[in-house]
Write a protein that binds this ligand. Structure first.
Ligand SMILES: [Zn+2]
Length: 380
């Protein structure tokens, strides 16, 4: 058996700890030991049942922070996996297999190895390097990055640039970085009618009949055009429920659950007002229960995006594509500190799936990209 690179050795070590969200299983302990040896000041922050830590090395700004999560999503049925999810096996095609290989223990290993090498090569680097690591990104994400960011904000911690290790690439490592994310705004709509017998509709009010044209109008509405960085805001109904089960009863109530993925061209208040205006126009008796799960954020071209793009070019010869597609990530919390945030990690084709895997050599490439980014931004 050939010896593994330092990145792959650490990635395997992390994958073998079954840290199903929000459990950390000692992953952070392992990372903190390495960072302490590299001269970082450590600050574990256990908040409720969630392990987090903040680590920092260097003087005043600029501060480049690496962010990520040690928790992984559940495996699903073990018998469906070709190789057991916590064995961290490299198969005959060179794929590192296991839960978290792509999302995102591979990235965590690449960050640690890149930083160890960088501080050895540039012990008196500019500014500071930091780590913000949580074990609750895949779960409710209340006591993870969001809570740590609140503590950092309260004490005025400076955070100029942040690289989140989420798997951003589509087919080749570095082919895409995420420089923002759409916002996510959910809502439960309750439309009230009056229950009755289907044979006596004049004695009832059917909420399905009342809501249908309004829902059709909401579904057809053009919310915005998006902009250079964001696709147009989208509206989707995910659940629709009404009815008593009996075929001869007009129900008294209808519930619809819908979600906006919105661009920086729309605001929460604006979307809420427009939905209410459409429902009012249809004369409905209704209630709206809104749940905002994330505001949109955007990192414009600047030092961080340029530094990352240049390092991808140097290491792989590829021109990266900045994108705001995909779901939300912890980047949304960090961006509220006024931080430039870019997500850069391995190929995301198998994340959260049975047989999650990543090309093992891609993690070594990722280490080089992180290293080169450190050189571009913090070398003297
Ligand atoms: Zn992730």
């Amino acid at each position: 058996m050939t010896t593994l690179s330092p990145t792959l050795e650490l990635a395997c070590d992390l994958i073998r700890r079954p840290s199903v969200t929000p459990v950390d299983e000692g992953c952070q302990e392992l990372m903190m030991r390495r960072l302490a040896a590299a001269g970082f000041a450590l600050e574990p922050m256990r908040i409720e049942e969630v392990d987090n830590f903040w680590a920092r090395r260097g003087g005043d700004g600029p501060v480049l922070c690496f962010a990520g999560h040690t928790d992984v999503v559940p495996t699903g049925p073990l018998q469906s996996w070709q190789h057991q999810p916590f064995d961290a096996l490299i198969d005959e095609t060179g794929m590192l297999c296991g839960r978290g290989a792509a999302d995102m223990k591979g990235s965590l290993a690449s960050m640690i190895i890149a930083v160890e090498r960088f501080v050895a090569d540039h012990p008196k680097h500019k500014g500071a390097i930091a780590f913000l690591i949580t074990s609750d990104e895949e779960g409710p994400a209340q006591h993870g990055t969001k809570a740590v960011v609140e503590r950092l904000r309260a004490r005025g911690e400076r955070l100029d640039w942040c690289i989140v290790g989420e798997p951003s690439s589509t087919t080749l490592v570095g082919d895409m970085v995420k420089n923002g994310r759409r916002g996510s705004l959910g809502c439960t709509l309750t439309v009230r009618g009056k229950q009755g017998h289907v044979a006596y509709p004049h004695l009832a009010r059917n909420p399905i009949h009342l809501a249908a044209p309004a829902l059709a109008e909401l579904a057809a509405e053009h919310w915005d055009n998006g902009n250079a960085y964001f696709p147009p805001t989208s509206f989707q109904v995910s659940n629709l429920n009404a009815g008593t089960g009996a075929t001869n009863v007009i129900p008294g109530e209808l519930k619809a659950v819908f979600n906006f993925r919105f661009s920086t061209e729309s605001t929460v208040e604006g979307l809420q007002q427009r939905v209410a205006a459409i429902l009012d126009k249809h004369g409905l008796d209704y209630r709206l229960d809104w749940a905002l799960s994330g505001l949109p954020f955007l990192t414009q071209p600047g030092e961080l995006l340029d530094g990352v793009a240049a390092s991808i070019r140097t290491v792989t010869g590829r021109e990266t594509t900045p994108s705001t597609s995909g779901g939300t990530s912890d980047g949304r919390f960090i961006a509220t500190l006024g931080t430039q945030v870019v997500e850069l990690g391995p190929v995301n084709a198998t994340i959260h799936q049975i047989d999650e895997r990543v090309l093992a050599s891609d993690l070594d490439v990722l280490t080089e990209i992180y290293y080169q980014t450190l050189v571009n931004l913090l070398a003297c």
